[in-house]
Design a protein around this ligand. Structure first.
Ligand code: B12
Length: 382
């Protein structure tokens, strides 16, 4: 059996759904388009995403001495459908419904690289990446033909859609490169049209600072006030640009997605927003152990829950939001004030009273400003 075929079989046996090969040559075009994104301000807020980092992540030969090839791997995470959304339940991006892929795919990739020498019959040097180091995953996946880059910038596999997570193995083995796919999104612009925040500012260009995924996971401070109504009920990540993609409607599920790692933990797909607001640190750490959600941190998740409760508009959220307005975290208080402001605007007296009494007690300038802003539309009507 040809070497590539033996390697492919090994990767499939270790739980990967897609295996392709590319050379270790630089991803020159990807490097220059990523640098352009930084210069255009589309990666603002990401302090680690520097031009030096971009150069490193697009040059596999700098990542492993003697690198000749990159083995591009993917795991499908399209499992069971979400639980039904009810009022005052939020939404979590699909990749975060189960175990953290940084851990599960890393385990698979280690098992794969550990068995590689046996399959090859010689010494092999490797360096593996699962979104945990300087590697441009989409660039490697695209050039290997694992999928094409969609207008929402996700790599789309003809078989599994964009519901795939990527990993790369840089190696000193010479493996004949596979060819990129010829497919494109054609004239489809569904993802661009349906992104509520307009984060896909042009085909293949995401403005990070508007992307709900960035706002709910990576951003540590305040969510810009004009974007809050557009975030809807997403509390961790966002899948809208994938949900509306026609290719994803016909996507198959992978073995792993169906069997284990991506099996949704109860309540993760549509978390109870009030329960999120009431989480203490100990419970947060227990519930989100080995889950991608812990990246948002408890305070970030509670900030997001306030925004989602304000957007859902169900008045049963008022009392828990009042409690949050009296809590110890200024970021959460600020967003609770915003959410209560939405209820106040729709005539909920309890919300108005809580905001007014918080005005007298609050010491934090940012929160005070949020409370004043929340009350300001009412000034004319009082
Ligand atoms: C930073 C980052 C983010 C940021 C920035 C997103 C972004 N614009 O890339 C934020 C937090 C917003 C984010 C969100 C998400 N992410 Co993310 N993220 C990354 C990370 C760490 C780096 C990506 C990067 O370098 N971006 C920089 C920009 C400039 O690159 P780009 O937009 O991808 O552009 C590339 C292509 O579009 C191409 N290109 C540019 N112009 C053109 C023009 C044409 C014609 C063509 C064909 C190509 C092309 O070149 C660019 C460089 O390669 C990677 C992991 C990694 N180490 O690679 C994961 C990664 C991209 N993320 C991933 C996932 C799953 C997500 C989310 C789906 C999670 C969610 N549900 O909330 C969303 C999707 C949002 C979206 N539509 O991009 C997966 C994507 C898998 C896939 N199928 O593509 C990755 C690969 C992680 C992994 N190992 O699986 N992410």
């Amino acid at each position: 059996m040809e070497l590539k075929e033996r390697i492919r079989k090994l990767a499939l046996a270790k739980g990967f759904d897609l295996v392709r090969f590319t050379s270790a040559e630089s991803f020159a075009e990807d490097e220059s388009s990523s640098i352009k994104r930084i210069r255009d301000g589309h990666m603002d807020g990401y302090s680690w995403y520097t031009e030096a980092r971009v150069r490193k992540m697009n040059r596999p030969m700098d990542l492993l001495e003697g690198a000749k090839s990159v083995i591009s791997l993917a795991v499908s995470y399209l499992g069971e459908n979400p639980e039904k959304t009810r009022l005052n339940y939020g939404r979590t991006a699909r990749y975060a419904w189960g175990e953290d892929y940084h851990i599960t795919i890393k385990t698979k990739i280690k098992e794969f690289t550990n068995s590689l020498e046996e399959v090859v019959g010689a010494n092999v040097r490797t360096r593996a990446f699962v979104d945990d180091g300087p590697m441009n995953d989409r660039a490697a996946a695209r050039r290997s033909g694992l999928g094409w880059v969609g207008k929402n910038t996700n790599v789309i596999s003809p078989r599994f859609g964009s519901w795939i997570l990527l990993g790369q193995v840089v190696t000193d083995l010479h493996l004949e490169p596979d060819t990129p796919l010829k497919k494109t999104c054609g004239s489809c612009v569904r993802c661009i049209d349906d992104c509520p925040t307009g984060a896909i500012v042009a085909p293949y260009v995401i403005d990070n600072t508007k992307c709900i995924s960035y706002l709910t996971i990576e951003l540590k401070g305040s969510i810009p006030i004009d974007l809050r109504p557009l975030v809807g009920d997403w509390v961790f990540g966002c899948d809208i640009c994938q949900d509306v993609c026609p290719v994803n409607r016909k996507a198959e599920s992978g073995e792993t997605a169906l069997s284990g790692d991506f099996k949704q933990r109860p309540g993760f797909a549509t978390p109870d927003l009030v329960a999120l607001l009431e989480l203490d640190q100990k419970t947060f750490s227990r519930i989100y152990k080995n889950s991608p959600v812990k990246r948002a941190k408890r305070i970030g998740l509670q900030r997001n829950a306030c925004v989602a409760l304000g957007n859902n508009g169900d008045s049963s959220a008022i009392q828990p939001l009042i409690k949050a307005l009296e809590g110890s975290e200024s970021l959460v208080r600020a967003h609770a004030a915003w959410a209560l402001g939405k209820f106040a605007e729709s005539g909920e007296c309890k919300a108005v009273k809580a905001l007014q009494s918080a005005l007298d007690k609050e010491n934090d300038d940012d929160v005070l400003q949020e409370i004043q802003l929340a009350l300001s539309p009412l000034e004319t009507t009082w």
